[in-house]
Each structure stands twice: as structure tokens, then as C-alpha cells.
Design a protein around this ligand. Sequence first.
Ligand code: ZN
Length: 190
Amino acid sequence: MTDSDEPTIMQPFSVEFDLEQGVMLDHTRYLARHASDMKGHYADEGALDALVSDGDPLHYEVFDVPVPEEYGQLLYGISKVQAGLVGDECFMTKGHYHTISGTAEIYQCLRGEGYMLMKTADGKCAWEKMSRGKMVYVPPHWAHRSVNTGAEPLITFYVFPGDAGHNYGDIEQEGFPKRVFKRDGEIVIE
Ligand code: ZN
């Protein structure tokens, strides 16, 4: 056996989450998306432009861990989607496929109310309700996006294979077949 065949032994570590606030206290990687990052994703472009002009509010944040993005590793973290509407469409994440499409993901909802909206490349669409205690299994080959239908942040813990990667481009082109609206207090998926 040569040196290159030896597995790299990583040091175990732990991180601290505030599960009430939905933040990782000592995160080393952090992503924040505001209204201006969401162009092209909502049905009502004018309403999004108005939001961007009106303070460009935060849409969602992702806190994750310093794990190498490679086979055998598990990437995990916290996703926190703010409550709000663009026109009458609920705040949501951009959504993505995995670059290695045949990789699954688990989302454990910790707080808030919403949906995991999913679609396949051949146009199938599905959604699962998210509320405290619900764990959603996103099978391989399904693009996925979190949608906040509630009045407080939607906070989820996620974990997926380290080498999966994110493919935002395809879903940006395709969009999702369904959108989630709140009209007169009622949730409408259409
Ligand atoms: Zn994913």
C-alpha cells in the first residue's frame, strides 16, 4: 500500500446550533439571499422589484459546516427562510437539483410552517408539508425548494451526501410547475 491509498483521517468535531433561532453559533460557512438575489424566481416580477427598492429584505440564510465536499462525507446545516410575500407568493428558496442527481437529502423541520416543493426533470411535481417535527425525505433526482407559508421563519436542519453538489442552473431554466400563494389567509398551491 502506498501513502496515497491511506484514508485521510479527519478530526471529529461538533458545532452548536440555536434550534429556536435557527442559527449555527460558530458557523464557518454562511450564505444569505436577499430579494435582489431572487430575480426570475417569483411570478410577480414587479412585486419583487418593489421589495428590492424597499430595503431589499432578507429571504433566507444557510449555515453549514466545514466538511469537505467529497464522497463519504455528510454535509449538514440549518436553512432559515423568512416569512413574507412577493405579491401573494410565499417567500422561498431558489431550489436546486444536486450536481450528482442520484443523491437524496433529509430535511428535518424545527420551527415554522411551509412546504418542501419538489420536481423531477420530466415534470413530476410533489410537495410535503413542513412543520415542527416533520422530516421530509427528498429522494434522488428531485429538485427541491423550501417555501415559508407561516408568520415566523421556517427553520430546517438538512443533511445530504458530501459530494452531491448544487445545480441551480437547470431549475432556474425550468422553474417549478407549481407555486405557493397565500390569498386571504388561505394557502393555494397552483
Ligand atoms: Zn439539496
